[in-house]
Design a protein around this ligand. Structure first.
Ligand code: NAD
Length: 484
């Protein structure tokens, strides 16, 4: 298979916060890979804009070091790296003052695609948006990219939306959720809407329940102070897990187009029923062989913030009535593993004598590690001894199935940035989606704060608190094993 690269128009991409952690670890190494695959037209420029006093040469040096630290195999392409660096520029800028804006206005061209990546704290979004206009840098075709966290509740998200809307139309705003840029997440849509097999079964007649797990082995060390004000609900559920839930549960959009897809996702969020607190388990990890407890990491001995959350959700519509969606995410868990599992109903009656087991088809979509999917099917156990049935996975790991082309499995950030340049908003969250997600999570958070809910402890390296197991046991179900 020959990989197809969709060309983009010449662009100027300004990265505010271009010297920051995200820019050095993800954005620039990703752009370098896109450059090597021929997606950065000659003449296009990446302009770092941040507080540090640097010139273009100093910035190129910084980015060369970042790419060699965080890039993959492509860092060995020295010639390519030199050519890429020549397309970088730098402006020292003060988001809150006047310094640097005159220089930026002279550097950014008006006759190419313009994108401004706000890789800075959200408290600076308003200043940047305003100065881009007062200095006549942005025009009505410019795009802005904003990072999570997008608010910490409904009112702050609304305020952020209003701040951006004062200067940019919704069609110009790209709210990144990097989960949506993952290859397998897009495959979710391809599998559902590109195959005749699944869609007829995708409803409460055939699906018993759905599990979404995002488990991490890392703790919050290093960013404990930030995380402690957020917790798993705000940091993971309100954005990433809800986006996955939307893609798995939404109605087929009329076409694969930004607003058609986002309209359907929004309907799912609005149809989510509120959760009784008995159907939600919050947890905090204890000290373990790999590191200190959550409270030590967060430097807050009295913290009630959750590093784990599990919940049972219901979507109030005809397709999903009665089908539980079990969500869980946590830090310091036994393996790094993200997957969505669609567990189908059992047959109800077996024609095979002596077979009392309840066999189930399960479609598991793995986001990490080993992006791919497997479909659990029931077959005859090989060998003599009659008709004994066993369940085996029909496994498709993209790296095996696609061979060399799997190397083309683009990192989420690079894909999303290229979508910004192409002007494709399908994989970005719309303002009303973000607000609807907060409108659903706010009462849950307010509820446990009002109850002074204390998170359950769990062993580092485990699958979470015992109560999370009970959440499914009570329903006669069990979580899938978390495997790395
Ligand atoms: P960082 O602290 O490493 O970098 C901040 C950048 O902003 C620096 O380049 C700094 O020079 C610039 N900056 C700060 N104040 C400025 C000002 N007044 N004027 C001009 N520039 C200014 O932060 P980061 O980790 O790169 O994160 C950037 C944003 O991305 C944050 O909103 C963060 O929440 C979000 N984010 C980061 C990650 C990550 O992995 N680092 C992941 C998801 C989201």
């Amino acid at each position: 298979m020959v990989s197809r690269v969709i060309p983009v128009d010449e662009f100027d991409l300004v990265i505010f916060g271009g010297t920051g952690d995200l820019a050095r670890r993800k954005i620039l190494p990703g752009l370098f890979r896109r450059f090597l695959s021929g997606q950065m037209p000659a003449g296009s420029r990446i302009i770092g804009a941040a507080r540090s006093t640097l010139d273009a040469a100093g910035y190129r040096e910084m980015i060369a070091a970042a790419i060699s630290e965080f890039g993959g195999e492509e860092v060995n392409n020295k010639k390519g790296l030199q050519a890429f660096l020549q397309q970088l520029e730098y402006v020292a800028i003060d988001a809150r003052g006047e310094g640097g804006w005159y220089d930026l206005a002279h550097l950014v061209r008006q006759d190419v695609v313009q994108a401004f990546y706000f890789s800075v704290a959200p408290s600076l979004f308003g200043d940047l948006a305003e100065r881009l206009h007062t200095n006549k840098i942005a025009n009505d075709q410019s795009r802005i990219v904003v990072e999570k966290p997008f608010g910490r509740d409904l009112s702050s998200a609304r305020a952020l939306n209003q701040t951006l809307a004062a200067h940019f139309d919704e069609r110009q705003i790209y709210r990144i959720d990097h989960y949506l840029g993952k290859e397998t997440v897009q495959n979710l849509m391809a599998v559902r809407f590109g195959n005749v097999l699944f869609e007829p079964l995708w409803n409460n007649h055939f699906v018993d329940h759905i599990q979404i797990t995002v488990a991490e082995t890392v703790g919050v060390g290093g960013r404990g102070a930030y995380y402690d004000k957020s917790g798993a609900m705000r940091d993971m559920v309100q954005n990433h897990l809800m986006q996955l839930l939307c893609l798995i549960a939404m109605e087929p959009p009329g076409q694969f187009e930004a607003d058609a897809v986002r309209d359907e996702k929004l309907k799912v969020i609005r149809a989510l029923q509120t959760i009784d607190h008995h159907h939600m388990v919050r947890g905090q990890y204890d000290e373990g062989p790999d590191g200190p407890s959550y409270r030590e990491d967060a430097e807050n001995p009295r913290s009630f913030t959750e590093s784990f959350i599990a919940m049972r959700c219901h979507i109030a519509n005809w397709r999903w009535a009665g089908v539980p969606f079990y969500l869980r995410t946590g830090k310091r868990m036994k393996a790094r593993s993200s997957e969505i599992a669609v567990v189908f109903k059992d047959l109800g009656h077996t024609i095979f004598e002596g077979d009392e087991a309840r066999h189930r088809n399960i479609l598991a979509i793995r986001l990490q590690p080993n992006e791919g999917m497997d479909l659990q099917v029931t077959i005859k156990e090989p060998g003599p001894g009659g008709m004994r049935l066993i369940d085996v996975p029909l496994d498709m790991t993209f790296a095996d199935a696609l061979g060399d082309d799997a190397e083309d499995v683009t990192d989420a950030y690079e894909r999303l940035i290229m979508d910004v340049i192409r002007g494709n908003q399908t994989l970005f969250m719309r303002g009303d989606e973000v607000e609807a997600a907060w409108a659903w999570t706010d009462p849950l958070i307010n509820g446990w704060e009002a109850r002074n809910d204390v998170p359950k402890h769990y062993d580092a390296g485990s699958a979470g608190p015992e109560d999370a197991m009970m959440l499914l046991h009570r329903d006669g179900r069990k979580w899938r094993e978390i495997k790395g």
